[in-house]
Design a protein around this ligand. Structure first.
Ligand code: R5P
Length: 293
């Protein structure tokens, strides 16, 4: 079933896998509440429910919960494919009293009948442990690296991790691309959210830099990294991320900050969705089908 937030992703995924689309009529009330009408019998079906939880995450999760609950009550097995897993950043309490939001999302998914979850580049591997059902995070980083290699002209490239959390992804990107990687040190004030960025040791003077991250939300991380790179004499700055949430004026803010090009995937539909993440997702899902045979 292609959920309302993932029309393009879900349709492409179904086509890639040769799966039929479930017939569902979706309407929205004027206040934004969704109404579903399922047009076919569900009992005994194995359904891939494709619904990304990008902002407004609460609404997109609610749309997923309603559909999943109904389908499981009617006797279908629901495997939720959530290309962008909203709330994944809060996979632990950073300050006393904070809620582990992702744990509650995992609990809610289970309670509405989801029995398996697949996502793309979950914010941190820590989050996987919060699910009491099979959960897998596919990586779109190889597809991003391939896109940059094929479509972006770079000279003497350096791949940049803007913070500790993005080091593994950046190293994977760098090794697939065949370039060196460096790491910046980012610290975030846990109360105000303000970030401070410090450069690594390697010189970027005259080099083309690719900043790799899982998500761009307000662009604060990429803007601060770009500022540092430009100050250090970088020639070109490209920002490659999996989930281009790009809230409000973020795209313009990043271009203004000196980013030459922004590249994202279609886990979140955006003006920079240049890379198709249904390819790694389909490759993974095929392994489950093969396992069951
Ligand atoms: C942080 O840990 C993430 O990997 C991203 O760097 C961050 O969430 C991006 O947010 P923003 O675009 O608001 O700086």
């Amino acid at each position: 079933m292609v959920g309302p937030s993932s029309q393009e992703f879900g349709t492409k995924l179904a086509k890639r896998m040769g799966l039929p689309l479930l017939a569902v009529t979706t309407t929205e009330f004027p206040d934004g509440e969704i109404k579903y009408k399922f047009e076919e019998a569900l009992s005994g079906l194995e359904v891939l429910l494709v619904q990304s939880a990008y902002p407004p995450s609460d609404k997109h999760y609610m749309q997923l919960f309603l559909a999943s609950h109904h389908m499981s009550q009617e006797g279908a097995r629901v495997h939720a494919v959530i290309p962008y897993l909203g709330y994944a950043r809060q996979a632990k309490a950073f300050l006393p009293g904070e809620i582990v939001s992702l744990g509650i999302i995992a609990h809610l998914l289970r309670s509405v009948g989801v029995n398996r979850v697949s996502t793309v580049d979950m914010h941190s591997a820590e989050g996987l442990a919060l699910f009491s059902m099979p959960v897998y995070s596919v990586s779109a980083v190889p597809a991003l690296a391939q896109y940059v290699k094929t479509h972006v002209k770079l000279e003497d490239p350096v791949i940049v991790a803007p913070d500790a959390g993005s080091v593994k992804r950046t190293q994977a990107f760098a090794s697939l691309y065949g370039a060196k990687s460096i790491q910046f040190k980012k610290s975030r004030d846990r109360v105000t959210g303000r970030i401070k960025m410090e450069a690594g040791k390697v010189s970027v003077k005259g080099k083309d830099c690719v900043i790799v991250d899982d998500v761009i939300t307000t662009g604060g991380t990429v803007a601060a990294s770009t500022e540092l790179l430009r100050k250090s004499g970088a020639r070109k700055v490209v920002s490659a991320c999996v989930h281009a949430v790009l809230l409000g004026e973020t795209y313009d803010k990043l271009i203004k900050a000196g980013v030459d090009e922004i590249i994202g995937t279609n886990t979140v539909p955006s003006r920079v969705s240049k890379v198709d993440a249904t390819e790694p997702m389909a490759a993974y899902l095929r392994t489950i089908v093969a396992e069951k045979r």
